[in-house]
Write a protein that binds this ligand. Structure first.
Ligand code: UGA
Length: 435
């Protein structure tokens, strides 16, 4: 199969590299020359475990190419994937589809034979219909078809998630699209990945429904965590106790500082926009968003409380800035809201993140960046663990305590056992650990 991938962001680059690894002939196209130059030189635009080696390996074998020239990238393609960004529009939260539609227009003029144009970007229901209209209006070859193939990979585990997915969803309106996508994904069938064929609009909605449901699980357990603190229960055990019920499942029940990232915040808002446009009430999703926004802000109050109600003049150390471990992504990271509120309260903030510093620094004015976790703890009045990077999981707590001015650990990811922390001479405050 000859595949063209438009857009070398998370989804485009990981999918392109994985398709090439499965033996397809893949060309990735991006408008930004510096991105393509970097990729040609083996430099990744994002930090994702395993990606650099995968890209280099497949590029060396000639299966994975990079270009800024969309016409060249599309020549003879059987499938053209659109994986450009769909950021939330400022103001109304609606998904901004201008990049998607611009790509569709260019694809129409560049196709040399009938092909399947596939949206991999997360796009609102009905976008496939509009792409179909744009393609035909701009002279795409007769028989060109449009399909929706949402991607469910997680940052930090992207390659594994792509190669061993729980399911592949394909929304198509004709046999040609179904046939081509079955071929594209055939190598994954060996991993027993079930492929689900649906209508195009249904596939588009599945992506939003999945992300909104996962976000709901997180907001739900976060509210239960607050209740645990009030009644003297332990949220970790509540999660286990409910998660062992197969109907609930154990995943996405970790209480924490609220969800962040480039997907849940954006996709829940976009889903609400669609619902509003259609006149359908979505009170659950709307509450999920509200609970999450409030939660991020409330994390700073926790720090204030531990510090006896006063942030002014206090030095707060922050461990981890990215929205989750194993990524350098800072989009909607809970650390941003937390640090802003700490600074507004008069605290001085020192922070460390294993890989996120470059992305974080321009977003966090007034923050001092330290070289490691121990340097963050030095002379601090409180140490807040925000992102659960592995290297924060086994800190020498005695050493940490020894260098702090006042000795408090606020563990927003429940990484530590309270008794271990207290034994090292620090006070402990976790999430939902009321026992
Ligand atoms: C999410 C989905 O999990 C993917 O399936 C989807 O493909 C992707 O969005 C997308 O739409 O592109 P991602 O945003 O990379 O993936 O990361 P997650 O692992 O889902 O974490 C999202 C946020 O939820 C993080 O801030 C994380 O810390 C938080 N979270 C996750 C919790 O607070 N508790 C949990 O139990 C799980």
């Amino acid at each position: 199969m000859r595949i063209c991938m438009i857009g070398t962001g998370y989804v485009g680059l990981v999918s392109g590299a994985c398709f090439a690894d499965f033996g397809h002939d893949v060309t990735c196209v991006d408008k930004m020359p510096e991105k393509i130059e970097g990729l040609l030189a083996g430099r990744m635009p994002i930090w994702e475990p395993g990606l650099e080696a995968l890209v280099k390996h497949n590029a060396e074998h000639g299966r994975l190419k990079f270009t800024t020239d969309l016409v060249e990238g599309i020549r003879d393609a059987d499938a053209v994937f659109i994986a450009v960004g769909t950021p939330a529009r400022r103001g109304d939260g609606h998904a901004d589809l201008s990049f998607v539609y611009a790509a569709a227009k260019e694809i129409a003029g560049a196709l040399t034979k009938k092909a399947v144009v596939v949206t991999k970007s997360t796009v609102p229901v009905g976008t496939g219909d509009e792409i179909t209209r744009i393609l035909h209006e701009n002279g795409a070859p007769e028989g060109t078809s449009v399909a929706s193939n949402p991607e469910f990979l997680r940052e930090g585990a992207a390659i594994r998630d792509f190669k061993i997915p729980d399911r592949i969803v394909v929304g198509a309106e004709d046999e040609f699209a179904r046939e081509v996508l079955r071929e594209v994904y055939r190598p994954l069938f060996l991993n027993k990945a079930p492929i689900l064929f649906t209508g195009r609009r249904t596939a588009e909605l599945i992506k939003y429904a999945a992300n909104a449901f996962l976000a709901t699980k997180i907001s739900f357990i976060n509210e239960i965590a607050d209740l645990c603190e009030a009644v003297g229960a332990d949220v970790q055990e509540v999660s286990r106790g409910i998660g062992l019920d197969n109907r609930i499942g154990p995943k996405f029940l970790h209480a924490g500082p609220g969800y962040g990232g480039s997907c849940f915040p954006k996709d829940t808002l976009a889903l609400l926009q669609t619902a509003e446009k259609e006149g359908v009430g979505m009170r659950i999703v709307s509450s999920v968003v509200e609970v999450n926004d409030a939660r991020k802000a409330a994390m700073a109050d926790r720090v204030r409380e531990v510090l006896g109600g006063e942030l002014q003049g206090k030095k707060v150390g922050v461990l981890g800035l990215t929205f989750k471990p194993n990524t350098d992504d800072m989009r909607d990271a809970p650390s941003l809201a937390l640090i802003k509120r700490l600074q507004e309260g008069g605290a001085e903030v020192v922070a460390f993140d294993p890989v996120g510093r470059e992305q974080a620094e321009p977003m966090l004015s007034g923050v001092t960046f330290a070289e490691d976790a121990y340097a963050v703890a030095k002379d601090a009045d409180a140490l807040v663990l925000v992102t659960e990077w592995d290297e924060f999981r086994a800190l020498d707590l005695k050493r940490v305590a020894g260098s702090m001015r006042s000795k408090h650990l606020i563990d927003l990811r429940n990484v530590y056992e309270p008794s271990d922390v207290e034994r090292a001479g620090l006070s402990y405050r976790g999430i939902g650990r009321g026992e």
